[in-house]
Write a new protein. Structure first.
Length: 264
């Protein structure tokens, strides 16, 4: 029996790896030096901090669910469709990853605002989206959904289409093959992609403040509360920042290993 050993890391990679880790960890650790530990409980349990955290988690979960509902079909179309122009469609889907979030917020505002092409139609029906909680969800979905689409499309392309082809030869139609073959293939990647999508939605700032504003109780998520509070109380803003870091770490540490295990 051949005993397998884990691959060895070249020694030359350790120095840049440690520097990269330091670049990520040290700035976050520096937040701990700004606030006295004795003040942390009071700052973290303030009504403004708890209200912002509650709103961030609720809207982040809704945005993640919406991203899954829309992003899974989009990822399948991008990975499996042979229609011309799909490269352009893929580039459009990836735009939120490279655009400044505030640009996305402006785009949503000018599309869905009262003077926008869709916003005007919604206004006639008595529906107003800008500066509401729904605007927060849309902003988070716009920015975070590409993370899910990219992850799922990559998983489908890696798996290839041979399983769906076998299902088709056995008489399965496209919908049956999607339910019985494609979806099970997506499940491991779906877990990790949903984690990244929720984490990105949780930290969304630029598009939200542009399209939804910063109204306590309805649109002021935790990132917006940090920005607003920093102008008057730096210690409270740092405490909220630590809260956001801890929540994001918990989401990734708890959910990410399970998603990875599902691939093995």
């Amino acid at each position: 029996m051949i005993r397998r050993h884990p691959p060895q890391v070249p020694a030359v990679l350790w120095v840049p790896a440690v520097l990269a880790l330091a670049l990520v960890v040290l700035p976050v650790a520096g937040l701990l030096t700004r606030v006295e530990p004795a003040r942390l409980p009071g700052l973290l349990l303030s009504p403004a901090a708890l209200d912002a955290l509650r709103l961030s988690v609720i809207t982040g979960l809704i945005a993640t669910a919406l991203a899954a509902l829309l992003g899974v079909p989009l990822a399948v179309v991008l990975a499996r469709s042979t229609l011309p122009g799909m490269r352009v469609v893929r580039a459009l889907v990836l735009l939120p990853l490279v655009l400044p979030p505030v640009v996305g917020g402006l785009a949503l505002l000018y599309l869905l605002g009262r003077t926008g092409p869709l916003g005007g139609v919604l206004a006639v029906a008595g529906i107003r989206l800008p500066y509401t909680t729904a605007a927060v969800v849309l902003s988070q979905t716009f920015v975070a959904m590409p993370f899910l689409v990219v992850g799922l499309e990559g998983a489908l392309r890696t798996a290839g289409g041979r399983y769906e082809q076998v299902a088709a030869t056995l008489g399965a139609g496209p919908w049956l093959a999607f339910r019985r073959v494609t979806l099970p293939l997506l499940l491991p990647a779906l877990g990790s992609s949903l984690v990244l999508t929720f984490a990105r939605a949780l930290g969304e700032f630029g598009a939200t403040i542009t399209f939804a504003g910063s109204l306590q109780g309805s649109t002021r998520t935790l990132p917006l509360a940090i920005y607003t509070t920093a102008q008057s109380d730096v210690d409270a803003a740092v405490a909220m920042s630590l809260m956001l870091v801890v929540v994001a770490l918990l989401v990734i540490v708890i959910a990410r290993p399970r998603a990875v295990e599902g691939r093995l």
